[in-house]
Design a protein around this ligand. Structure first.
Ligand code: DP6
Length: 334
């Protein structure tokens, strides 16, 4: 079998225009296009080795720079199911052990599904180059095609193949260019426990909301406007659109039958702080929230001071995980 181990890594991403709600059928077809910024500093790593035992298995990857990943029984099943799918698609025979880990704590409330499913897809692709039955076909696969395969495991993972910006239209992600090629990122960690409603479950529930009618066209229009604003480097308009977008998604959650939600008192406090900064300075961070209580903040390269102000403001309220270059590696956990 040649090589005894295949290894790949992939980053997390944060959506500015959200994927929420799926089309009918399997394979995670999104109800609307989504756009994300890639979080190159938050990485999942996957290693695959042959395993004699008649079945595939998953174990945490234990390494110094890695936080070991805890996967629930269901999480493991889902990961191995995607691997099964990849084996069929890439014509890989045999059984394997998969190990995975993140360079960020798995209990910190940052979704690792996008990065870990993308890393698994990449590792399987590498393996197929060595031991797949149709090497020529595997070699010919483009990053866009590999991203499509990843979509089947977890939708948002298909955006983790492109950096710094990724657009997922329908089948999979693709690179898009904007004048801002680097943004600083902070995530205010407000919830570490497992979410009561997973994002996969949220996708199913939101279709029961009255607001889901019209959601796709609202998201599409917002995307067009955001693309225009970002191309013009109009930060304020971009931030307003991204703000409206995450509230739109959270409104879907709160108006589903039965309703559910993720925002906590502390999320509101952080949002209030952001409002204050914008009010007093006429400038501020771009804010977004996923299906969780954590608040993600993005800053232009010239907004380091603003990022520090925010950090000071958050103070004792919560931990902040910052991208390197903002506070320096050693200070990334406060
Ligand atoms: C709120 O990709 O986790 O983060 O396809 O079921 O795995 P599955 O869902 P997932 O959904 C992510 C939803 C979101 C918004 C986004 O990332 O676009």
């Amino acid at each position: 079998m040649g090589l005894e181990k295949w290894r790949a890594e992939a980053p997390a991403n944060i959506a500015l225009i959200k994927y929420m709600g799926k089309g009918d059928g399997v394979g995670n077809r999104p109800a609307n296009q989504s756009l994300s910024y890639t979080l190159d500093h938050l990485i999942s790593v996957v290693e695959i080795r042959p395993h004699e035992g008649g079945h595939d298995l998953w174990n945490p990857l234990r390494e110094e720079s890695m936080e070991s990943m805890a996967l629930s029984e269901k999480g493991r099943e889902r990961f191995l199911k995607h691997f099964d799918f990849l084996k069929v698609q890439l014509q890989i025979k045999g059984n394997f052990e998969i190990r995975s880990g993140n360079n960020f704590p798995s209990d910190c409330g940052i979704a690792s599904s996008a990065s870990s499913f993308a890393a698994l897809t990449k590792a399987a692709h590498q393996m197929a180059l060595d031991c797949g039955l149709d090497r020529g076909a595997v070699e010919a696969l483009t990053p866009e095609e590999i991203s499509r395969l990843s979509r089947h495991g977890s939708g948002s993972s298909c955006r983790s193949f492109f950096s710094p910006w990724s657009l997922w239209k329908d089948e999979g992600g693709e690179a898009v260019q904007f004048p801002w090629t680097h943004l600083h990122h902070q995530v205010v960690l407000l919830e570490r426990s497992k979410k009561e409603v997973s994002s996969s479950e949220a996708h199913k529930r939101v279709v029961s909301s009255e607001l889901f009618q019209g959601r796709a066209s609202r998201a599409e229009k917002r995307l067009q406007k955001l693309v225009e604003a970002m191309n013009k480097q109009d930060w304020k308009s971009s931030c307003e659109l991204v703000w409206a977008e995450f509230w739109d998604m959270h409104a879907l959650f709160e108006t589903s039958a039965p309703p559910f939600g993720y925002m906590t008192d502390r999320s509101f406090k952080i949002l209030e702080m952001v409002r204050e900064i914008w009010k007093s300075e006429g400038d501020g961070p771009m804010v977004t929230m996923d299906a969780g209580a954590n608040v993600h903040l993005l800053y232009r390269p010239d907004q380091k001071k603003c990022a520090h102000r925010m950090l000071m403001g958050v103070g004792g309220l919560a931990q902040v995980l910052s991208s390197p270059g903002l506070t320096g590696e050693a200070e990334s956990y406060l």
